[in-house]
Structure formats: C-alpha cells, structure tokens
Design a protein around this ligand. Structure first.
Ligand SMILES: NC(=O)c1ccc[n+]([C@@H]2O[C@H](COP(=O)([O-])OP(=O)(O)OC[C@H]3O[C@@H](n4cnc5c(N)ncnc54)[C@H](OP(=O)(O)O)[C@@H]3O)[C@@H](O)[C@H]2O)c1
Length: 292
C-alpha cells in the first residue's frame, strides 16, 4: 500500500508552516497542470514563489537560463516537460539538479511517474545530485481528461486510447500540488524518500469516460486500441517516429495492470484522504469543460 523507499513515516500534516514565510521556491512547469497547483499551494503555505517556464525566461533546453532562475532560492519543484522518462530528461534533470545544489538550492522535489520504468534513470540522476531530494511519483492525472491533449479528442465524442480495460487510481493534480508544497516546506521529514500518489479508488478508462458522460449530459465513447496501433496513428498525425515509439513502450508498460492498486501517499503526507474522481468530474462538468 504505502510506497516509501526508505524509512516509514509516522507523522501527519506538514508541521512547520511558520518556517515557510522566508522561503523562496522555484516552480518549474508553473503554467502546467501540476506546476500551477504547486504555485497555489506553496503561496498558501506562505512561500515566495518564483514561477518558471519559457514565458518566464526559463528553458530546460537552454542551460544559460537556469542560474538566473535558481540563484537565491531555497527549494525547487522539477517538472520535466513531455515525459520524465524521456531520454533527455535524465541528463536535463541531473544537470539542473547539480547546478541547483551548487547554487545553494537545498531541497529538490521531482515529479515522476508511477510504474514508469523509463523514469528510474531520471530519479537516480536527482538522487546523486547532492541536493536534499524527494521523488513524487504520481499515477495518471484525473486532469488528463480536462486539461491537455486528450480533452479535444473527448470533446469530439470519442476517446481512442491504448488502456484496454485496465484499472487506474487517477490522482487529482490538486493533491499533487498540496503534497509537493508540504514536502518542500516540511523540514527533514520527506528528504531521501519516494512518495507514490494515487487517488482513492480504481477506475478503468471506460469507467472514467462513463462518469464524464453522466456528469456532463453528453455521451462520450471510449475505444481501446493496441499501443502499437496508437503509436502508428500518432506518427500519422506528425509525431516523430522515435517519439511515437517511446510512447508505445511507455504505454505498454504503464497500462499493463502494474499500477492497479491504490497507495496511501496523500494520506501520509497531508493527513487527509485524496480527492475522488467523482468530485473532480462534477466540478469540471459544472465549469463546462466537456461542453460540445
Ligand atoms: N499526465 C500524467 O498523467 C502524468 C503522470 C505522472 C507524471 N507525469 C509527468 O508530468 C510531467 C508533465 O507535468 P505537467 O503535466 O504538470 O506539465 P504540463 O501540463 O504538460 O505543462 C508543461 C509545463 O512545462 C513548461 N515547459 C514546456 N517546455 C518547456 C521547456 N523547454 N522549458 C521550460 N519549461 C517548459 C510549460 O510552460 P511553457 O510552455 O510556458 O514553457 C508548462 O508549464 C512529465 O514529466 C510527465 O512524465 C505525468
């Protein structure tokens, strides 16, 4: 159930909110799904937040932009765009983490992907950087259905995806934001640990699309396809073949049933239950997310 790669935690909520008032936290991917929630949660915790993405002058692909973003900060949340298991992520995260540690950014939290074999090398690159590290491995985001590339497809009436009937404990990105903020600001408690975050229950992608249909009043279809056929379709849409091949391998692994169990990561860090998929769907439907 609980997934901690070192000691077992015994405490509850993050305990040192008072110490966060003078803390400066860099949040990469700040305009993205998880980063935007980390920004909110860290501000609520009293931190000074430095939002980082290309529009703010920080680019993972341009190392000359890193120091100006990191210098003077106490901690950083690292989101590698596209995929934490991509070949470039290992080198990028390792190099940035070493630079951050050298500049005195003591604590680093990396967003990783639960069950993704390809992400292990990137996690390792963080661990040997010299910084106080925490890895937050998230399961599939609930918000994949409301923000990002799958939404437009869903709005067109049919989600074609290589997930078969496998069940997944979709996690709400707001819980990721809350957990990351707690980890960044919680003394030594989470240093040197890997935290696996899931939602509270398992749903198949078919179940998820059915919940979205019921809440939004529009019938959407879910059509499972083999990962290889999905990769060929991506290539047809202009995705470079090596990128499509990488995604096929990632999906074949992630969606083979290995993640079909829940963890107590959110409860352990925050002292409360994770948000349920049904609540996410109700709120997103009320906001008109799936209006066609
Ligand atoms: N989707 C899932 O279910 C899931 C589950 C577990 C882990 N993950 C991991 O989550 C990560 C993606 O996180 P997310 O979904 O929160 O992000 P996201 O919503 O995909 O947004 C990407 C963010 O990165 C920024 N960005 C893109 N290219 C950049 C570059 N070259 N330099 C600097 N910033 C750049 C974007 O802002 P700008 O465009 O302004 O630069 C944006 O803020 C991936 O590593 C993935 O493996 C995903």
């Amino acid at each position: 159930m609980g997934s901690w790669d070192a000691r077992t935690l015994t405490g509850g909520m993050a305990d040192n909110a008072a110490n966060t008032q003078n803390m400066t936290v860099v949040v990469t991917g700040a305009s993205g799904r998880t980063g935007s929630r980390v920004v909110q949660a860290a501000r609520t915790a009293g931190c000074t937040v430095r939002s980082a993405s290309r529009t703010r002058g920080f680019d993972w692909e341009d190392r000359t932009t890193w120091a100006q973003t990191l210098r003077g900060a106490d901690a950083a949340y690292l989101v590698y765009p596209s995929d934490v298991g991509a070949p470039a992520a290992t080198e990028g995260v390792g190099a940035l983490a070493r630079e951050a540690a050298g500049l005195g950014v003591r604590r680093l939290v990396l967003l990783s992907a639960r069950g993704e074999q390809q992400a292990l090398a990137t996690e390792e690159a963080l661990k040997v950087s010299g910084a106080e590290w925490t890895v937050v491995r998230a399961s599939w985001f609930a918000q994949n259905f409301s923000e990002g590339p799958l939404v437009e497809e869903l709005r067109r009436g049919e989600l074609v995806f290589p997930a078969g009937e496998v069940r997944e404990p979709f996690v709400d990105v707001r819980d990721i934001g809350d957990v990351v903020a707690a980890v960044l600001t919680s003394g030594e408690r989470f240093v040197g640990r890997t935290v696996e975050l899931t939602g509270p229950r398992l749903l198949s992608f078919r179940d998820a699309v059915a919940e979205i249909s019921a809440a939004s009043g529009t019938t959407f279809a879910y059509t499972p396809v083999p990962a290889r056929a999905y990769g060929e379709a991506l290539t047809g849409f202009g995705v470079p073949p090596e990128e499509a091949e990488f995604l096929v391998e990632v999906f074949e692994g992630l969606l083979d049933g290995r993640n079909a169990c829940v963890t107590d990561g959110v409860q352990r860090v925050l002292g409360r239950s994770p948000r349920d998929f049904t609540d996410f769907v109700r709120e997103a439907a009320a906001a008109g997310t799936w209006k066609v």
